[in-house]
Design a protein around this ligand. Structure first.
Ligand code: RI2
Length: 322
């Protein structure tokens, strides 16, 4: 189960920053219950190995190391028996998953306030949090339409248009490069995030920064919907976010790619949108300007400097804009 989940996260069968976080925590919870009786240090060691395996799957979404940290930190407490540690760990995993699902609902409620009758929205990729805002607005009777991009090379836009269609939201499906063409008609760009750095820069699916640039140029608002565990604590130390570069075969078949002598296919999965191009970040704790990212990291994520040396290097991020 643990290695299967790790594999599914890696090959993107399980994808989306929030889903990845919950799947990792679920896998850790299940793994902890299958470990044979032994000593507490042995249990902790096995759990640390499991956490490392999950953390090695995808480098960018900070939800993964934040989620792993949130549950693994409980194992640092003093327990009198292994069973006690196991039970506490399992409780912590269930609580994390429930809080994560609740966060998405809350973001939907807060984000829905920002969608008005007659609005035209544009969304990119497939974000549970961004979709929660749109679906909730629709439930509240708001009359609006959406441009949804295709999202090369993995076509996550197909998942997005399915959800929008199921919610009865009129949707235009467009290729990624048509975003600028339609931007003048758009009132609000709404996207999710894989990571948000201390300087308010938003790491999200490749193409987001181009869309935000086009929005900035045409004075269109940009709203990011993201749970607080998408904020990257290590950016406080000035570290940069690692941007995942995936298999070139996702872009061009190996046969076709092999027919060229001087062409290298590049496939970065994410890019960085600077804070100046983001108007609002909707979190479960409220809607904030990107400049308040530091407060979220300091006050809500509960990391202290010791955590940085403890071993969840995962997403060392800083939101490098260039
Ligand atoms: P939620 C996804 O990454 C997209 O970039 C999406 O915007 C982001 O995670 C956040 O998604 P990928 O796994 O957590 O498709 O809001 O590479 O669902």
């Amino acid at each position: 189960m643990l290695s299967l989940t790790a594999e599914k996260i890696k090959n993107m069968e399980i994808r989306g920053a929030g889903r990845i976080a919950r799947a990792a925590v679920r896998a850790l919870g299940e793994y902890s219950s299958t470990l044979p009786a032994g000593t507490l240090p042995e249990f902790r060691e096995k759990m640390e190995e499991a956490a490392s395996l999950l953390l090695s799957t995808r480098p960018t979404a900070v939800s993964l190391p934040n989620a792993v940290h949130a549950v693994m930190s409980v194992l640092r407490r003093d327990f009198s028996t292994l069973e006690e540690a196991r039970e506490e760990f399992s409780r912590r995993c269930e609580a994390f998953i429930a809080a994560s699902e609740q966060a998405v609902r809350r973001i939907g409620e807060i984000g829905a306030h920002h969608i008005r009758d007659g609005d035209v929205l544009l969304t990119h990729c497939n974000s549970e949090a961004a979709l929660a805002c749109m679906v909730e607005a629709r439930k509240r009777g708001r009359d609006f339409s959406v441009f949804a991009t295709e999202v090369r090379p993995r076509n996550q836009g197909l998942l997005t248009i399915r959800t929008l269609d199921d919610a009865g939201i009129p949707t235009n499906y467009i290729v990624d490069s048509a975003a600028r063409t339609f931007m003048n008609e758009v009132d609000l760009v709404i996207v999710g995030a894989d990571a948000i750095s201390v300087n308010g820069a938003v790491v999200n699916k490749i193409g987001t920064s181009l869309i935000a640039l086009a929005a900035h140029e045409s004075r269109t608002r940009v709203m990011v919907a993201a749970e607080t565990y998408k904020f990257a604590p290590r950016t406080i130390l000035g570290e940069y976010i690692a941007i995942e570069e995936r298999d070139p075969a996702e872009v061009l078949s190996p046969e076709l790619a092999g027919s060229f002598s001087h062409v290298r296919v590049r496939n970065p999965a994410f890019d960085v949108t600077p804070a100046e191009y983001v108007d609002l970040i909707v979190t479960e704790a409220g809607a904030i300007p990107p400049q308040m990212a530091y407060i979220i990291i300091r006050d809500l994520l509960g990391w202290d400097i010791g955590d940085f040396t403890h071993g969840y290097p995962g997403n060392a991020g800083g939101g490098r804009e260039k």
